[in-house]
Design a protein around this ligand. Structure first.
Ligand SMILES: C[S@@+](CC[C@H](N)C(=O)[O-])C[C@H]1O[C@@H](n2cnc3c(N)ncnc32)[C@H](O)[C@@H]1O
Length: 267
C-alpha cells in the first residue's frame, strides 16, 4: 500500500499532542525494554498496553507524542537529525537530500528531518496504522508513505522506491527489539546511492555485546568492511523507561560506500 502527497513540506498541523490521556506509568519494566507496559484510559476503560503496541498507540491521536515525547522525554528524532545536520554542514554545496525514513511511525522523525530542507522524504513502515497516523497528524511531510515488509522482495512498492534515487536513509528507534530485522535494514540500505548518508540509532548496550538481534554485529561488520564509513556519532539519553530509568543510545551517521554483498550472513 502506498500513499502519495504532492503538497509541499509543512510543519506538524498541531493535532498531534492535542488529545490528553490519563496514563499510569512507573511499573517495573525489568530488563526487557520490548516488554515494558503502561496503562492508559481509553473510552472510559483502563487498558494495559506494551510501549511497543504501536498499532493501538498510533490509532489514538497524540498518544504516541504524550507517552514517548512528553512523559518519557524521547530525544532520538532530534539527536539523529542533529548528527545528520552536523555531517551535512561539513559537505558544503550538497544537494537537498532525498530521504527514505524507515520505520517512520507517525512522522515525528520527518518533522525534524524537514528542518534539513530535503527535496523529499518518503516514509516506510510495516504498520498501516503508522501511515494513517502520519497522514492524519502531519499531512504534507512525506511525499509518499509505503506500508510494506522490507523483507518481501515481491512487494510492488520496490519499483517506486528504486525510482526515488535516495541519497539518505534514516531509521530512528526501530532497530533491535523485534522491530526491523537486519535483512530488512540491509534491503533498505541497498536502495541508497553509493556516497549517500545512512543515519540510525542503536541502544548502547547492544554495542557492548548485549544484542541478540544481530544488529551490533551487522553494523560492526559494515564499518569493518568499509561498506559504511563513519561520518559522525553521538552518545545520548534516548528516553526514560516507564520505570523512570535512563536509556542510552548512540546515533550514527555513515557514508554508504557500496551495497551489502548478497552473500553476507544476516541471521
Ligand atoms: C519506536 S517506533 C519509531 C517510530 C519513529 N521512527 C520515531 O522515532 O518516532 C518503531 C517503528 O518501527 C516500525 N517497524 C517495526 N518493525 C518494522 C519492520 N519490519 N519494517 C518497517 N517498520 C517496522 C514500527 O511499526 C514503528 O512504527
Amino acid at each position: 500500500m502506498v500513499r502519495t502527497d504532492t503538497r509541499p513540506l509543512v510543519e506538524a498541523n498541531g493535532s498531534a499532542g492535542a488529545a490528553r490521556y490519563e496514563l499510569r506509568l512507573g511499573g517495573d519494566s525489568g530488563d526487557d525494554q520490548h516488554e515494558e507496559t503502561f496503562e492508559v484510559e481509553l473510552d472510559g476503560e483502563w487498558r494495559e498496553l506494551r510501549s511497543h503496541d504501536y498499532d493501538v498507540i498510533f490509532s489514538h491521536p497524540g498518544l504516541y507524542e504524550q507517552l514517548f515525547h512528553d512523559e518519557l522525554d524521547c530525544r532520538s528524532p532530534e539527536a539523529v537529525t542533529r548528527v545528520l545536520r552536523s555531517v551535512f554542514s561539513e559537505r558544503p554545496g550538497h544537494a537537498a537530500p532525498r530521504i527514505l525514513d524507515v520505520g517512520a511511525g507517525n512522522g515525528m522523525v520527518a518533522e525534524q528531518l524537514a528542518t534539513l530542507e530535503p527535496e523529499y522524504i518518503v516514509g516506510l513502515d510495516i504498520l498501516p496504522e503508522a501511515a494513517e497516523a502520519a497522514w492524519r497528524d502531519r499531512p504534507g511531510l512525506y511525499s509518499a508513505y509505503h506500508v510494506m515488509d522490507l523483507t518481501d522482495m515481491t512487494d510492488p512498492s520496490w519499483h517506486a522506491l528504486e525510482d526515488d534515487h535516495f541519497d539518505c536513509m534514516t531509521t530512528v528507534a526501530a532497530l533491535g527489539f523485534a522491530d526491523i530485522p537486519p535483512s530488512a535494514f540491509v534491503n533498505a540500505f541497498n536502495l541508497v546511492a553509493d556516497g549517500g548518508l545512512i543515519a540510525f540509532n542503536l541502544k548502547d548496550a547492544f554495542l557492548d555485546g548485549e544484542d541478540d538481534t544481530g544488529f551490533a554485529r551487522l553494523i560492526r561488520h559494515m564499518f569493518d568492511e568499509g561498506v559504511l564509513v563513519l561520518s559522525g556519532q553521538e552518545h545520548y539519553r534516548h528516553r526514560l523507561s516507564v520505570a523512570g530509568e535512563p536509556l542510552h543510545y548512540v546515533a550514527f551517521v555513515g557514508e554508504k560506500h557500496c551495497p551489502v554483498p548478497p552473500d553476507w550472513d544476516l541471521e
